[in-house]
Design a protein around this ligand. Sequence first.
Ligand code: NAI
Length: 336
Amino acid sequence: MKNRFVFFDSTPTDRRYFTQHLAAFNAELSFYQEPLTEQNIELARDASVISVHVPSKITAALLHSLPQVKFIAARTTGYDNIDVQAAKHANIIVSNVPRYGENTVAEYTFMLLLALSRKIVPSIEQGKSGNIDHTTLTGFDLNGKTLGVIGTGSIGQHVIKIANGFSMPVIAYDPFPNAELENNYNLRYASLQDLYATADIITLHAPYTGENKHLINSQAFAKMKKGAVLINTSRGELIDTKALVAVLASGKLGGAGLDVIEGENLLSLDEETELLLQPKKRGFDCAIEQMLLEKMPNVIITPHNAFNTTEALLRINTTTLENISNFFKQMPTNTV
Ligand code: NAI
């Protein structure tokens, strides 16, 4: 029987790329735009390889219903949407795509920060309407402001390099500090408490591990400087969104740029409609938190889009192809 490879969360570009480059495998390839969930498990029936992006939720129950799956190719760096322990128990190998987005996500981080610091959204709105009031568009310089970087891996390092170009001193926290970074860039490692108290802008680049859920909570906000700005391109679960709403509403936090947010799948109309039809308390809370944040003039929310450049997408597909090929050569790469 032919191997079956099923790609979820896929785009027409993914379909073209993998159809061309996996031809030699003589496998049956299926591509779905939708995520894989426990509700549409039939789509993955008989697949030996499944490949997913962030929206697919690979739970233990789902894997239990797909005993023929041998390999999961995550087309992402983060893999908190996959129950890796359950996969291990089922002898399924999981690979991810590390490092495709180091400059891509770092550039986006600064796009969010500059959009906030220079009030780009209201500037464009006022320019379009012709109702221009420069007194409402005053921003702040990045030059000389201290940037707090939480997580100094691939993306965090690029953020630090860009920050150096803006003449921003950097204070960083990582459980595994990188001495080379500290020697080569304008950077000092410190405790989280020190970082909260010192940074004018805090940006998150740590993976979501479950253990660091709500790392940025009301106690953390209490320690931050008045007017501090928070940027999150990592994972929504790192921030207690309810506490974020409260600290923004109180005026203590200066602003937030969020590419990721708890319950971010609710940004789609389908998911919100499903929530209305099948109410879930946490889902409702997330929807309300998001609605409140959307209304705040000093908050920018984008739909998990930091990864999305032509170059990064090609790097993702190239590495995913290598991961699949190497799995079949019994030399799996980028396993998690
Ligand atoms: P990486 O693995 O190279 O670096 C992560 C760093 O975080 C490591 O140095 C690690 O020691 C550190 N870390 C781990 N736990 C920590 C904690 N509790 N506090 C502080 N630091 C901690 O990962 P990379 O490539 O830099 O990506 C970081 C995250 O960015 C990914 O895990 C993913 O969640 C997110 N991401 C988001 C994208 C988007 O489109 N918004 C695209 C790509 C990645």
